[in-house]
Design a protein around this ligand. Structure first.
Ligand SMILES: *Cc1c(COP(=O)(O)O)cnc(C)c1O
Length: 297
């Protein structure tokens, strides 16, 4: 579950102070943080006797991929509302999801924008009844509670860890970590989105839904989006190829690549002391590599 990075430098910088918590090696059809976010939602569905789960995502969504996987593993029917009309070959993510039994419903971008509207959600609720509609990315209170189990993994597998780093999309995973770790820990999030100035507020709101007074300190770094969500610049590309050659750990360009890139940049600049042990959460997402031609062998 833990990988300590060796001495092999990446572009001249040692990353030997970094240990990875390998959620990507967690087993199952779709390992990573998404199954933690879904666990709480699945329990809620089970309690309510609901057998169908509906959610939203882009064509390369890790969330829909994981939803289809856990649905297949745990006997739920799944429906994926996918942004953008079908235009040609289906991405590998949706091929997997369909194979695992997910009903794929492609909708226009205009319809997709309504995914948070109460009347649209009520429509879906009726169309697929009885069902549980889960927000995009599994970003709700159940999701954050599910991610407290990642904090538990850290307490057990790496009890000495004090500086924990995690990529941030909706800040649900970050909130679960902050709620599940103590005030002797600091959680640093690395935003995968550009200009997402509401992330702190979102994290705050999710934290408000979790119990427990003793929480980790936290902050979100906004300077490592590399051009925006799912965008890649040459710095990130070169870093990822050098990192993978040195350490034989695969990263995804959307989240974990940016997380390790941020750590690398800060070790290089001295903002992170080379002697300070860092625990970086490898949140998975490796299925999405198939969407980036420069990562193929
Ligand atoms: C979704 C995702 C994240 C972001 O998690 P949030 O809880 O939305 O912040 C990070 N890493 C990977 C690989 C993901 O798929």
């Amino acid at each position: 579950m833990l990988t300590q990075l060796g001495d092999a430098p990446v572009a001249g910088v040692s990353m030997a102070s970094v240990t990875l918590l390998r959620l990507d090696a967690g087993g199952g059809l779709a390992p990573g943080n998404k199954k933690f976010k879904l666990a709480g939602n699945l329990s809620a569905a089970r309690r309510g006797g609901i057998k169908r789960l509906v959610s939203f995502g882009g064509a390369w969504s890790n969330h829909l991929h994981a939803l289809a996987a856990v649905g297949a593993e745990q006997g739920f029917a799944t429906v994926g509302i996918v942004r953008g009309e079908d235009n040609g070959a289906e991405p590998a993510t949706l091929v997997d999801a369909r194979r695992w039994g997910m009903q794929i419903v492609r909708v226009s971008r205009a319809e997709y924008r309504r995914r948070h509207d109460a009347d649209y959600l009520a429509d879906l609720q009726k169309r697929y009844a009885p069902c549980l509609v889960i927000p995009e990315g599994g970003a709700n209170a159940e999701g954050a509670r599910g991610c407290m189990a990642i904090a538990e993994l850290i307490r057990t597998a790496a009890p000495a860890a004090r500086h924990i780093l995690v990529p941030v999309g909706t800040a649900t995973t970050l909130a679960g970590l902050v709620a599940g770790l103590g005030s002797d820990c600091e959680v640093t999030g690395v935003a995968a989105l550009k200009g997402a100035t509401d992330l702190e507020q979102r994290a705050q709101r999710l934290l408000g839904t979790t119990a427990g007074a003793d929480r980790a300190r936290w902050r979100i770094l906004h300077d490592y989006h590399c051009g925006g969500f799912a965008r890649v610049n040459s710095g990130l590309r070169e870093f990822m190829l050098a990192f993978e050659a040195a350490h034989e750990v695969a990263l995804d360009p959307v989240y974990t690549g940016k997380l390790l890139y941020a750590i690398h940049q800060r070790l290089q600049s001295g903002e992170f002391d080379a002697d300070l042990p860092l625990l970086a959460v490898h949140t998975g997402g490796l299925q999405g590599r198939r969407g980036f031609s420069w990562l193929q062998d």
